[in-house]
Design a protein. Structure first.
Length: 134
């Protein structure tokens, strides 16, 4: 059996984009070009510089952030939750200004909206807050 085309669009777009970006990074590293390092996505699992306790605290912190995102999606919906998550995450990193955080969050929410609503044409369930207020 064949899958419906709409079912494969989201994984193909996300996976294809990630593959292209990883390919560019691989080519840069093979050419020996220096890449700018950023600590925004650093998970802190560097065995030479941290203790096991610090690694465990970091893992619990990131797990808590992920659980908070899922709960937020259930309560206020996916679009505001993603925007809020991106803004808070970038601001907490201390490396990005509030204006850039808002711009990045708006861009990501726009892409997610386009993929879910326009490409996949999926209707999302109403969040809990919407159901309580209506």
């Amino acid at each position: 059996t064949q899958w419906d085309f709409k079912t494969a669009v989201v994984p193909a777009l996300c996976g294809g984009g990630a593959f292209i970006l990883c390919s560019f990074q691989l080519l840069r590293e093979l050419r020996g070009k220096k890449t700018k390092t950023a600590r925004i996505m650093d998970t802190g699992f560097d065995k030479d510089k941290t203790t096991e306790r610090e690694n465990m605290v970091g893992a619990i912190k990131y797990f808590g952030i992920l659980v908070g995102l899922y709960i937020s999606i259930y309560i206020i919906g996916i679009y505001p939750s993603i925007g809020l998550f991106v803004i808070l995450y970038l601001l907490a990193s201390g490396e990005v200004s509030a204006a850039k955080s808002i711009l990045v969050a708006a861009s990501i929410v726009g892409v997610v909206y386009f993929i879910i609503s326009e490409v996949a044409q999926e209707a999302l369930p109403d969040p809990l807050l919407y159901r309580l207020l209506s």
